[in-house]
Design a protein around this ligand. Structure first.
Ligand code: EPZ
Length: 452
């Protein structure tokens, strides 16, 4: 298995482009199942999860041209299959987002129940509540969800998609996609407001759907008979952008981030600036601007300089559904705040068990005290490199960030977790001054390799 060997203590300086958003791309790809016309998606990040989704869609009759320069062409030519098998869905639970499109277009769907994962249980009761509200019959058999539409066509309905932890991002994508082809009007109350949901609605409307209110808690869909193909560019990845901002800050460096979706990162910018990180957007002429989003600049594709040259101040963070602070950046901010001057507090309200990075950061000298869904971070003056183990996508990013700042060598084991959401992270960080090498853990002394 691959590991990263990181020599810490180097300031990051230079320019990086933010890639297209994985969490937008996956539901957009699933939307290829809503039509038999060709779908072209641009700025698709070359990630393991994307390759898994291409394989899953291939099994569901979608032809594809191998992504070239981030351009992925999909077309559902064979609509006879509607079974998304366990061995793909279990490796990537986002495979659940084929459920709504399959059901709406083909009148039936059989999708493996996604298992849990390192960040907690991943129930899909809200997804199923939404599809039942559209007239589907749903039952579980052998670990699969089997959903059928009466007379092969869904009927618009009203559904409240709120759960104990807020709304559901992929659940909203599933129900909104299905409603696009249902007969009549659908109202989704307590819909997820994430930018990735907005991107999906934007693309579906360009395909001929009639969706209003995406980005707000109430989405209204007027069903249509058919959807056409389209050429759509994926929004930039706000989580990758936030991770790179933390990389600049934790190394007291200065990074110029291009294609940065600042408009989708207001909660994160608020916390980073409260901690003392400087952020300066460039105007159309490439000059630093005093405006958070300079006039004439696309707020979702800003060039922004992120820098820090001092010890950071402690802050309080609570993760919330969008537009609140994103749970997917909780681990990365925790790594940053381990070096702040004072006590920070992070409360995780979306995935209360999403703390596998806590024990690993502590191995590097961080002083972290967990009480249930809350962690107190008592700032220390330095972290010390150590062998640590990645456990999930964002926890891996957190450990890489800590390794960039730590004194000495950090070995991050099992970086396949990282590869699911970040393309060639080692090369990108090295291009701005980091010392990060990808090695096969067989090359490492046994004591440095994570125990099974
Ligand atoms: C999406 O997952 C993202 N994944 C996750 O990012 C992200 O953490 C999550 O949204 C929350 O923002 C993709 O977009 C591919 P949810 P999703 O349904 O849609 C509970 C990453 O690191 N819930 O919004 O699966 C659930 O347990 C990944 O890129 C129910 O109770 O998450 C959680 O507590 C990790 N019932 C909360 O809601 C349901 O039917 C939010 O989950 C569905 C969810």
């Amino acid at each position: 298995m691959d590991a990263f060997v990181i020599e810490g203590g180097r300031r990051l300086e230079g320019r990086l482009r933010v890639n297209g958003a994985k969490n937008a791309a996956l539901p957009l790809m699933a939307a290829a199942l809503l039509t038999d016309q060709p779908l072209t998606l641009r700025d698709i990040p070359p990630l393991a999860d994307i390759r898994n989704m291409v394989a899953l869609l291939g099994e569901l009759g979608c032809s594809h041209e191998a992504p070239e320069d981030g351009v992925l062409r999909l077309q559902a030519r064979d609509e006879s299959k509607s079974h998304a098998r366990y061995d793909i869905v279990r490796t990537m639970r986002a495979g659940i987002c084929v459920l709504g499109p399959l059901l709406a277009r083909r009148g039936e769907a059989r999708v493996s129940l996604p298992g849990g994962c390192a960040i907690g249980d991943r129930p899909i009761d809200l997804h199923l509540r939404g599809l039942v509200a559209l007239g589907a019959t749903v039952f579980l058999k052998g670990g699969d969800i089997i959903a059928k539409a009466p007379r092969r066509r869904l009927k618009g309905g009203r559904v409240f998609l709120g759960g104990a932890f807020g709304s559901t991002v992929l659940g909203t994508a599933n129900v909104m996609s299905a409603a696009a082809l249902a007969d009549g009007q659908t109202i989704i109350e307590s819909a997820a407001c994430e930018p990735e949901v907005v991107d999906l609605a934007t693309m579906l409307n360009a395909m001929g759907a009639n969706i209003r209110g995406a980005g707000s808690p109430r989405i209204i869909v007027e069903g249509v008979r058919d959807l056409r193909g389209i050429d759509h560019t994926v929004i930039p990845d706000r989580i990758e952008a936030g991770t790179l901002m933390c990389a600049a800050a934790i190394t007291n460096g200065s990074l110029l981030l291009e294609n940065c979706p600042l408009d989708a990162l207001m909660a994160v910018s608020d916390r980073l600036e409260a901690a003392g990180v400087q952020m300066k957007a460039l105007d159309r002429n490439g000059n630093p601007s005093s405006d958070p989003i300079p006039a004439g600049v696309d707020p979702m594709r800003v060039t922004v300089r992120v820098a820090s040259e001092r010890v950071l101040r402690p802050v309080e963070i609570t993760t919330q559904p969008h537009p609140g602070f994103p749970t997917d950046l909780q681990a990365q901010l925790m790594a940053l705040l381990t070096l702040a001057e004072g006590n920070s507090v992070i409360t995780e309200k979306i995935f209360p068990e999403r703390f596998l990075h806590v024990a690993e950061l502590s191995r590097m000298g961080a002083r972290l005290f967990r009480q249930g869904p809350t962690v107190i971070i008592s700032g220390v003056r330095r972290l010390v490199g150590a062998p640590v183990m990645a456990s999930d996508l964002r926890a891996s990013a957190s450990l890489v960030l800590a390794g960039l700042a730590a004194e000495g060598t950090t070995i991050v084991n099992r970086v396949y977790h990282l590869d699911r959401g970040y393309h060639k992270m080692e090369d990108r960080l090295a291009s701005v001054g980091a010392s990060v090498k990808r090695v096969d853990d067989k090359e490492l002394a046994p004591q440095l390799v994570a125990a099974e």
